[in-house]
Design a binder for this molecule. Structure first.
Ligand code: CA2
Length: 143
């Protein structure tokens, strides 16, 4: 069972900046991810929070809750949250970091991820498909 976490402001998907983040709302993205998970015969639970501490608690509890891997789009926390990085590092499950947009083709501050060193891999710029490939990886590389 894989935990899919979306961080701050991702609840705004589909409402603004469609040229950067596409037209899907968070709800539609979550339905799409559930459909991909079903194709992969993998159970997923999706959660979103605008609060760093909430995301950290979900990460801390993931193993005890029975998850086998974590897909996380930390939103802008990616670029500065050492607390989220520490939480990802302190837990044993494999992590894939996903970004909907190509963070390397945008503002300079988005090019650095402080959380990525705690991940097995990072996918950026492929839109919602990034979540699919992250799930595909974890469904073969977690137990
Ligand atoms: O590309 C991504 O997935 C990001 O993680 C999204 C974050 C951003 O801070 C990262 O640099 C890259 C922010 C998500 C904000 O989403 C919005 C969606 C629609 C309208 C406004 C914001």
């Amino acid at each position: 069972m894989i935990l899919v976490l979306n961080g701050p402001n991702l609840n705004l998907l589909g409402t603004r900046e469609p040229e950067v983040y596409g037209r899907l709302t968070l709800e539609q993205l979550e339905e799409q991810v559930e459909a991909w998970a079903a194709e992969l015969n993998t159970a997923v639970i999706l959660r979103q929070s605008n609060y760093e501490g909430q995301l950290i608690e979900w990460v801390q509890q993931a193993r005890a809750e029975g998850f086998t891997g974590i897909v996380i789009n930390p939103g802008a926390l990616t670029h500065y949250s050492y607390a989220l990085y520490d939480a990802l590092l302190a837990q044993p499950l494999p992590v894939v970091e996903v970004h909907i947009s190509n963070v390397h083709a945008r503002e300079e501050f988005r090019r650095r991820s402080v959380t990525a060193p705690a991940a097995k891999g990072v996918i950026a710029g492929l839109g919602p498909l990034g979540y699919k490939y992250a799930l595909a990886f974890l469904s073969e590389n977690s137990r």
